[in-house]
Design a protein around this ligand. Structure first.
Ligand SMILES: [Zn+2]
Length: 272
């Protein structure tokens, strides 16, 4: 599932390929989750930003083309002269494409269809409540240890569930939440955190996401960059996906449990 490092990797690769290009034709799979894609026809893409796990394409007519990759979404540019270009249309998992004036296409493929495409007036996120309510970006100076402590203290929901909720910090999903909680030695089921422990979690979140960015994302199954390449952060994980293997800090076997319906890996010795 693409989280901040994966989405940011795609953004960085895609931006130079699509910026300044005019969309002359578009197509979408007939589902309300994707049909907005067609309304971008006629506009040019000025740049691509990221907010949390959302990609925000700035259009030159004052609108934004928003893409959420969901579980299995992939974005890539298929050049007009690519011998495989015809496969885009034959592929039953193609959910949308946008054709530029030179015939190249930006293609959105999504096997499981948890992705979403929207075209809205810039900044008008009424129809996208999760995006509208996103917490601070983890690499923004507005994301502070004190702010994280205060935000977590406002709710008695379990810490891991709050991280996944996107309101206390944007862009964290199951992989980086498990990694950060392990690094900060915090039990994923905890409901309250002291100031020092919140500060440890703040630092651990930034480090876990930084590692993911350095390694161009974590590829477990579906994630690929816009260049089609897998990330390598899966080789750097300390906790996520390692249930039954020894904790790299204390040697005890890591365990897996369900926290508010989400599979969670943790060390019962370190993360009390
Ligand atoms: Zn341990």
């Amino acid at each position: 599932v693409p989280e901040l490092p994966e989405v940011e990797t795609i953004r960085g690769q895609l931006e130079p390929m699509v910026s300044g290009r005019q969309i002359v034709e578009s197509w979408a799979f007939p589902s309300g989750k994707f049909t907005d894609a067609r309304t971008a026809t006629g506009a040019a893409i000025e740049g691509i930003r990221r907010r949390g796990k959302y990609l925000l394409g700035d259009l030159d007519d004052g609108r934004e083309l928003i893409v959420h990759l969901g579980m299995t979404g992939q974005l890539r540019v298929v050049e007009a002269h690519d011998p495989m270009a015809g496969d885009v249309d034959a592929d039953s998992f193609t959910r949308a494409w946008w054709r530029f004036d030179d015939g190249d296409r930006l293609v959105f493929r999504d096997v499981r269809r948890f992705g979403r495409i929207a075209v809205v007036d810039a900044g008008r996120y009424d129809g996208l409540p999760t995006l509208a309510a996103l917490g601070p970006e983890p690499f923004d100076p507005s994301f502070t240890a004190a702010g994280l402590h205060a935000a977590l203290a406002r709710s008695s929901v379990r810490i891991k569930t709050q991280l996944l909720g996107q309101r206390v910090v944007a862009g964290v999903g199951n992989i980086y939440a498990d990694e950060a909680l392990w690094a900060a030695k915090i039990n994923p089921s905890a409901r309250t955190l002291s100031r020092p422990r919140a500060a440890a979690l703040h630092a651990a979140l930034i480090e876990a996401l930084s590692a993911g960015l350095r390694n161009r994302g974590t590829t477990l199954r579906d994630y690929r960059g816009a260049d089609g390449e897998a990330g390598s952060n899966q080789h750097a994980l300390n906790c996520y996906g390692r249930a039954g293997k020894p904790c790299r800090r204390c040697g005890a076997p890591l365990r897996r449990k369900v926290v508010d319906a989400r599979g969670t890996t943790w060390c019962p010795t370190c993360q009390r």
